[in-house]
Structures are given as structure tokens and as C-alpha cells.
Write a protein that binds this ligand. Structure first.
Ligand code: TMP
Length: 191
């Protein structure tokens, strides 16, 4: 099973990845969790660029794709082939949203990604009021970085909101983390 958490910054994705991994492990499943951008060379370059000055839109898009290709080949596909549950904090839907707002067509980004990246069984989109998301980001980083400006988050939210696939599940992330987790579990078991 391949499960992805998406949503704008500050929606609690990493907490939910952790809670779901613990719950599935307690049920006896083998689970691997990971995130994008990864800690590999391309992902590290992307994270640095958020602090030290943004790359060109094309350079950034290329790095996200190179990072994901490695992630798919080295971790995601081998784990799925072994029957391991894979849970990710962000995937190509984030590229559609975040690089979409830098001028690329989200539909074209998706087409390019689907050539090499497996489609998840579940994509949980954590939805949260922008003001709450911004206040959470402020609390976490001290100051919102360049990726995390309000206008950009609104546009990202709109791209996530436009996804209509059957594997997409929207969850109210304004609830307590425990209740968000309950909703996630109930969607998975109700499948
Ligand atoms: P995070 O580790 O806090 O989720 O931050 C990663 C940042 O990278 C976040 O602002 C979203 C951004 N991002 C993209 O712009 N494109 C992508 O494809 C991915 C996976 C993340």
C-alpha cells in the first residue's frame, strides 16, 4: 500500500505520517516512512535554496524531478515490491502546486511525473484555514521563509483543491492531531 500526505505548510503532515506509521505497525504491517524533498543530494540542495536564495523556476523543477526519480528507484518501488507499506510526506502533487505557482502547468507536471512515479493508493490532503496555517508556520520556524508566503499558500491550496481523483481524500486538519488521525484510519479501513 502506498499512502501520501499532502497539504500546504503547517497542516501537520509529518505528525500524521508518524501516527499512521505507528498504527499500521501495531497492526503488524511493515512500514517505511519518507519525505520529499529527500535528504539526498538534490533534496538537500533544494532545502538549502529555501534559506540562501531561490533557484530559477526551471532549476528548481528539474531538481524536484531528479530527487523524486532517485526516491522512486531507490526506496519507493523496491519497498512496494516487497509488500511494505510506504507513507510519504509530500509527493508529486506538491510539485503540481508549488512549481505550478512558479509558472508551470500543473497538468503537464503531473503527466511528466506519472511517467516514472507510481500512483498512490491514498492521497490525504490536509486542509486548513490559511491564517491558522500561517500562525503554525510562524511558531515552528520563527519566521515564515520564502516558500511560505501567504499568497503562495493560497495558490497551492487551490491546486490541491482541484484534484478530483478517487484516491484523493480531504481531511479537516483544524481538528486535534488525534482526530485527524482517526479520520485517516477510517478512510483507509473504509476502502
Ligand atoms: P517541508 O519539508 O516543510 O514540507 O518543506 C518542503 C518545501 O518544499 C515546501 O515549502 C514545499 C516545497 N516543495 C516544492 O516546492 N515542490 C515539491 O515537489 C515538493 C515535494 C516540495
Amino acid at each position: 500500500m502506498f499512502i501520501v500526505f499532502e497539504g500546504i505548510d503547517g497542516t501537520g503532515k509529518s505528525t500524521q505520517v508518524k501516527l499512521l506509521a505507528e498504527a499500521l505497525r501495531a497492526q503488524g504491517h511493515e512500514v517505511i516512512t519518507s519525505k520529499e524533498p529527500t535528504d539526498g543530494p538534490h533534496g538537500s540542495k533544494l532545502r538549502q535554496s529555501a534559506e540562501t536564495g531561490r533557484l530559477s523556476a526551471q532549476e528548481e523543477l528539474d531538481l524536484f524531478h531528479m530527487d523524486r526519480k532517485e526516491h522512486v528507484e531507490d526506496l519507493i518501488k523496491p519497498a512496494l515490491a516487497r509488500g511494505v507499506v510506504v507513507i510519504l510526506d509530500r509527493y508529486f502533487f506538491s510539485t503540481m502546486a508549488y512549481q505550478g505557482i512558479r509558472g508551470f502547468d500543473p497538468t503537464e507536471i503531473r503527466r511528466l511525473n506519472e511517467k516514472f512515479a507510481p500512483i498512490p493508493d491514498f492521497v490525504f490532503i490536509l486542509e486548513l484555514d490559511l491564517d491558522i496555517a500561517l500562525s503554525r508556520i510562524g511558531g515552528r520556524d520563527g519566521q515564515a521563509n520564502e516558500f511560505e508566503q501567504r499568497d503562495a499558500l493560497q495558490k497551492c491550496h487551490d491546486v490541491f483543491a482541484s484534484l478530483t481523483d478517487g484516491f484523493v481524500h480531504r481531511i479537516d486538519a483544524g481538528q486535534t492531531p488525534a482526530n485527524v488521525h482517526k479520520d485517516v484510519l477510517s478512510d483507509i479501513s473504509g476502502r
